[in-house]
Design a protein around this ligand. Sequence first.
Ligand SMILES: NC(=O)c1ccc[n+]([C@@H]2O[C@H](COP(=O)([O-])OP(=O)(O)OC[C@H]3O[C@@H](n4cnc5c(N)ncnc54)[C@H](O)[C@@H]3O)[C@@H](O)[C@H]2O)c1
Length: 331
Amino acid sequence: MKLLICGGMGFIGSTFIRNHQKKNPNDQIINIDSLTTGSNKKNLEELDKTNYQFIQDDIKNFQTVEKFASDVDIIVNFAAETHVDRSISNPKQFLETNILGTHSLLESAKKHEKLFIHISTDELYGDAENQGSFTEKSILNPSNPYSATKAAADHLVGAFAKTYGTKCIITRCTNNFGPYQFPEKLIPKTIIRAQKDLKVPLYGDGNQIRSWIYALDHVEAIESLITNGQHGQIYNITAWNEISNKTIVEKILSIMGKSNDLIEYVGDRPGHDKRYSIDSSKIQNELGWKPQFDFNDALKETVSWYIENNAWWEPLADEKTLHPQPWTLKW
Ligand SMILES: NC(=O)c1ccc[n+]([C@@H]2O[C@H](COP(=O)([O-])OP(=O)(O)OC[C@H]3O[C@@H](n4cnc5c(N)ncnc54)[C@H](O)[C@@H]3O)[C@@H](O)[C@H]2O)c1
């Protein structure tokens, strides 16, 4: 098989590429990534490059995308602006990549009649505070610019499937964690700051609930959809690990032998959803996928990886990640 992977230098995209190549060494992978926020070339440094090609470009560049799309079996889109805080301080880049970038990929998939797998998020369902768990049929009710752009992109994918018959699958996954995640995200930021005995900021009261999945479980779910997913369908992906931000930070501090006194409660993020919760019965019942990794074991593995891989994150850990008060962001 020949795959066009978009955003493969980021956290989940690179996890997908490493895992896919390990299991399918003869498959050819073309990775288009503009090397912007969230990316790191070191994520794929150890990849066997025999059947691999990297193109540094923007997914909005239709000429590039369609040239490579013409010669692959499948397009998988991980490329996105992903950090909610950045979307609040500067939404425009999110609109451009997450909506216009997705449009360029859809035009390429349509022109060359390729299957387009679009990686989306549970955040677009909005706050599940007083509700159960959202299914694929729930309405989209995004609260911040990031999730609004992801919702818009999902609607566009659905519209291409209905209007032009473009072959598409959408995945909506919960919060991922694991090695190679950009240091500004909650789990790596907590590990990095705690290692340096810097205060660990928590928004509001820290009681926001998120559902966590190990990135390797997520990419295996995508593999099962590549093989057996139904075109035109949406699949939620969760490992059912719902836990508050406060509890996860306390777990990390405990694994690292650090005191909870490192936690510092800071002003809440505007539009901060209280709880995310989705139901992934569909992919489990229809495709037999289920998460393989135990949450606590995977969290310990992740902490060890960051502690042992300073060389990976040090050049990325900018002032915002390591400064004693990185949360003094201007909204
Ligand atoms: N991280 C999570 O917890 C999570 C959960 C659910 C869904 N998702 C979705 O999964 C996808 C990947 O997330 P991630 O955490 O790996 O993100 P990431 O920020 O680590 O990586 C995104 C990658 O996309 C690239 N990129 C950004 N804009 C681009 C553009 N215009 N053209 C080409 N490349 C571009 C970046 O350079 C980067 O390598 C995103 O669509 C995100 O919405 C993430």
